[in-house]
Ligand binder design. Structure first.
Ligand code: ADP
Ligand code: MG
Ligand code: MG
Length: 315
């Protein structure tokens, strides 16, 4: 009797969007190398286009303060970012680039330091998602003087969604996942219709092998925002890259890692950042209305889950 040959997985890793991106993909109809190539090309394109620095669309918009010739993709991403901002009462705010740069979290090479209160106050004055004017009909965005976009909390997830769509356009039955520095999207279930097992890192563990919980994913996405990703320590205090848009300081909600499950990697990414800032309350109870399940690890190591999260903890 016939037995199907198992799919062989092909792995590719590259450095994009300030992190290591891994694609694991298998296919019965097309070379997985071709699929991984296509995915990485898409991710490289998003990196260039939506970075706050360089010569991409967002960098140019930040430099000039306005644009009226935007393409659909840019309008969609900016609109999505503003929607998450609205839905989270501004806990997610895609206009923090001036603040991010002030703290030195804009680039691995930037000098990291604790700014003066006065510097934080003047950078804060140059933020505020409500002040972004987006005109969808005109495909235009206008930013008030000094305000700059930072899509760093959502672009990685968007890149994962797009790369997966690209792979599926070449083989709808492709299997695998994409992991962009903790923003993970499923291409298709593991060979044999089994789930991918995602380990949520212990935020204070010694290595990525230190896992605090497992989840099982057949599709959709999961993203984690943690204070261990990018930080520096001064006088025993940890300063990390997820900022509280209200104070301009690294968010101190008691959360040290926020994991979010959502259908879309873009939304998982953005809501993970938001959940980190929102904290246990209202993060856990409020975000499920947006199709978002949350798992939080707190400073004292206690953990909290949205009702329904445990569904993803059964095989
Ligand atoms: P990671 O990049 O480690 O996955 P996040 O997805 O949480 O982490 O995104 C953090 C990035 O988003 C920061 O580096 C910064 O560019 C930007 N950012 C920081 N604070 C916020 C915030 N409150 N809302 C939206 N974006 C933020
Ligand atoms: Mg995020
Ligand atoms: Mg992220």
């Amino acid at each position: 009797f016939l037995r199907e040959k198992p799919v062989e997985y092909y792995d590719r890793t590259g450095y994009y969007l300030g992190t290591y991106v891994t694609v694991r993909v298998g296919s019965k109809t097309i070379s997985p190398v071709v699929l991984a190539d296509a995915a990485m090309k898409e991710i490289a394109r998003i990196d260039e286009k939506f970075g706050s620095r360089g010569s991409g669309t967002i960098a140019r918009l930040n430099a000039t303060g306005q644009a009226d010739d935007l393409d659909q993709e840019t309008v969609f991403l900016v609109k999505s970012a503003l929607e998450v901002a609205e839905n989270t009462g501004g806990a997610f705010d895609p206009t923090l680039f001036t603040l991010t740069a002030l703290w030195g979290f804009d680039d691995a090479d930037s000098e990291k330091r604790v700014p003066l209160d006065s510097e934080i106050a003047s950078a804060l004055a140059k933020t505020g998602y409500r002040r972004v004017e987006l005109d969808e009909n005109e495909m235009a965005v206008r930013l008030p003087e000094g305000l700059t976009l930072d899509l760093g909390g959502i672009a990685k997830g968007y890149a994962v969604d797009l790369a997966i769509a690209r792979i599926k356009s070449l083989d709808p039955q492709a299997t695998g996942f994409i992991d962009a520095g903790g923003d993970i999207g499923v291409i298709g279930p593991k060979y044999g219709d089994r789930p991918w097992i995602v380990g949520i890192r212990d935020p204070r563990g010694k290595s990525v092998q230190d896992v605090i919980e497992y989840i099982y994913l057949y599709d959709g996405a999961v993203a984690t925002s943690g204070d261990y990703e990018r930080f520096f320590i001064v006088d025993g205090i940890r300063y990390h890259h997820i900022l509280d848009p209200k104070t301009g300081n690294p968010s101190r909600s008691g959360v040290i890692s926020a994991t979010v499950i959502n259908k879309s990697a873009m939304l998982a990414d953005a809501y993970a950042t938001a959940a980190f800032v929102m904290g246990k309350d209202p993060g856990i109870t409020f975000l499920p209305r947006y199709g978002t399940l949350v798992f939080l690890v707190m400073e004292d190591r206690s953990t909290f889950k949205s009702p329904g999260f445990e569904v993803y903890q059964q095989k």
